[in-house]
Design a protein. Structure first.
Length: 298
């Protein structure tokens, strides 16, 4: 069962700012504490948005990606000073390459999950609202691309069921027959995709999309809660950038593992980074408590 995401009701600029910060920092901060914090918050928010059933999909897809990255990196990266053993090829297997592979896997999974949450929160209409006037053609194209994958998946299921109803099931029969039926479904989907793109372009053109002076209805208003969240996210980003510049979030894996020592001042940067990542969950939990409290008073 999906949960109601209060953070999605915030102004689109706040949502976009949040995902730009968390995705950007998740890609460049390789400190183990930051990686774990980003992964934990990404998994938590992804499950909150998609319901408890998505936990099985995470294990099915995210875990193999993490393990594959952790295994492949030591096979090709032999840098490091702590040699554990030698591979059959004669190349050394180092502790640093293993840890870096795990860190890269965690980073990759975190970024993918953040992007998944981004597509759920930043719907196409919100993206067009933000960039429709500045870059109308590009914003329309990007919004179409973002909504194409889920729409393509839904349409493919309908086509597959229709083809199965006339004896062209892609899951039964010989390999050659299934391949032929799959190509038929693929041909139908390509035709549908092209027609859908042309219809969308013609529809937007007939509405005067991108013309100078064109106005558009929007029910987005920058309220007090948006202002406070915007200020909070900017504060977190600036504070984390100070930590990066001052090397308080420094960590390297090669040629030897070396990072900043854990001190109270350093912990403050980790705390702010975690607080920024967990912001949507904190907002949702606060609203859930308010709702339960209001129900108890009825």
């Amino acid at each position: 069962m999906k949960n109601k995401d209060t953070f999605s009701s915030y102004h689109p600029i706040v949502n976009l700012l949040y995902f730009c910060f968390v995705i950007g920092f998740s890609m460049f901060l390789m400190h183990p504490v930051c990686l774990v914090a980003s992964l934990f918050c990404a998994v938590y928010y992804h499950i909150y948005l998609n319901g408890g059933n998505s936990a099985g999909l995470l294990i099915k897809f995210a875990l193999p990606i993490l393990l594959l990255t952790a295994i492949v990196n030591p096979a090709f990266n032999h840098r490091g000073t702590i040699i554990l053993c030698y591979l059959p090829t004669g190349n050394p297997l180092t502790l640093e390459s293993i840890l870096y592979g795990i860190a890269a896997g965690v980073m990759l999974v975190s970024v993918l999950l953040w992007f998944s949450s981004y597509t759920a929160v930043m719907r196409s209409d919100r993206f067009v609202y933000l960039f429709g006037k500045m870059i109308p053609s590009l914003s329309l194209m990007i919004s179409m691309v973002l909504r194409f994958v889920p729409k393509f998946k839904t349409q493919f299921e309908s086509v597959k069921e229709a083809q199965a109803g006339i004896g062209r099931d892609i899951s039964n029969g010989s390999i050659l027959k299934r391949l032929k039926n799959a190509l038929t479904c693929f041909s139908i989907m390509v035709t549908w995709s092209l027609e859908n793109a042309i219809d969308t372009a013609d529809s937007m053109k007939s509405r005067g999309y991108g013309l100078k002076g064109r106005t558009a209805y929007s029910n987005y208003r920058f309220t007090e809660k948006d202002k406070y969240c915007f200020i909070w996210l900017c504060f977190c980003a600036v504070y984390i950038l100070v930590g990066i510049v001052s090397d308080n979030l420094y960590w390297k894996y090669f040629p030897s593992i070396k990072g900043v020592t854990i001190e109270p001042f350093t912990i403050s940067f980790f705390a702010v980074y975690f607080a920024m990542c967990i912001t949507p969950i904190a907002i949702n939990k606060r609203e859930d408590r308010k709702w339960k409290l209001s129900e108890s008073k009825i």
